[in-house]
Design a binder for this molecule. Structure first.
Ligand code: SF4
Ligand code: SF4
Ligand code: SF4
Length: 239
């Protein structure tokens, strides 16, 4: 059964527990924080930061508001990153048939720097990052090792506010619609971001342009062409 994550940003306190839990589960190193005029740290996703709580500050109705967005790969239903990668190194990127999770394998090391750049540009959410030390292309794998062992993703497990939710895709979409109805009482412009196209569905309370650039699904001409021809069957990832 396809799995999904529902991220209800109306409940996020920016504690960054999810960001740390991801690093902890993956065994990634800590990075010293640096004040750059924002509490967002690090400034962007990296090959050892698959999860990043983004901060945006705005004045709404005369009051300053922080908009928090715990960013990560959306596990697209039809992933354009895979379509581009397959043209160079077939199945370096896999989509698990059972869950729909999109996984980058060791074979991404065979992709050149230019090919990796092309893959990142094809991603509507600007997610993949290349590891300069081993040349592997990287991103969130929805903790597929945990999911296949019957556990929930690490970032979901640690979130105690109800922002991060994980389960069957149908259940997550139902929960997202239910929460949207409730949240709209206080925020009439609240919306779900691309719910039909992704496996990680975000609920946001303000217009997309008030968050970071790639909240809005940005389709390059290449990605548009890919979406037009994407219809291949998914491959299963070995457990
Ligand atoms: S753990 Fe939950 S509340 Fe904390 S930053 Fe992450 S999503 Fe937000
Ligand atoms: S969000 Fe980007 S990296 Fe993730 S599956 Fe979609 S295209 Fe690939
Ligand atoms: S699902 Fe796993 S890999 Fe993805 S952001 Fe959460 S903790 Fe990191």
């Amino acid at each position: 059964m396809p799995k999904a994550i529902f991220v209800d940003t109306s409940r996020c306190t920016a504690c960054r527990g999810c960001q740390i839990a991801c690093k902890e589960w993956k065994g990634f190193p800590a990075v010293p924080t640096k004040q750059r005029g924002s509490h967002q740290n690090p400034p962007d996703l990296t090959h050892y930061n698959y999860k990043l709580v983004r901060f945006n500050e705005h004045k709404i109705d005369g009051r300053v508001h922080w908009l928090f967005f715990p960013d990560q790969c959306r596990h697209c239903v039809q992933p354009p990153c895979k379509a581009v990668s397959d043209a160079y190194v077939p199945d370096a990127i896999l989509q698990d048939q059972a869950t729909g999770i999109v996984v980058y394998t060791e074979a991404t090391k065979k992709l050149s720097a230019g090919q990796c750049k092309e893959i990142t540009e094809a991603c509507p959410y600007n997610i993949p990052r290349r590891n300069p030390e081993n040349s592997m292309l990287t991103k969130c794998d929805m903790c597929i090792d945990r999911v296949q062992a019957g556990m929930i993703p690490s970032c979901v497990k640690v979130c105690c506010t109800g922002t991060m939710n994980f389960g069957e895709r149908a259940d997550m979409l139902a929960l997202a619609k239910q929460r949207l109805e409730t949240v709209r009482r206080a925020h009439p412009g609240a919306l779900l971001v691309d719910p039909d196209d992704v496996g990680v569905v975000f609920l946001i309370t303000q217009p997309k342009k008030m968050y970071h650039k790639y909240v809005e699904r940005e389709l390059s001409p290449l990605t548009r062409a890919l979406f037009a021809r994407l219809a291949r069957p998914a491959r299963t990832v070995a457990g």
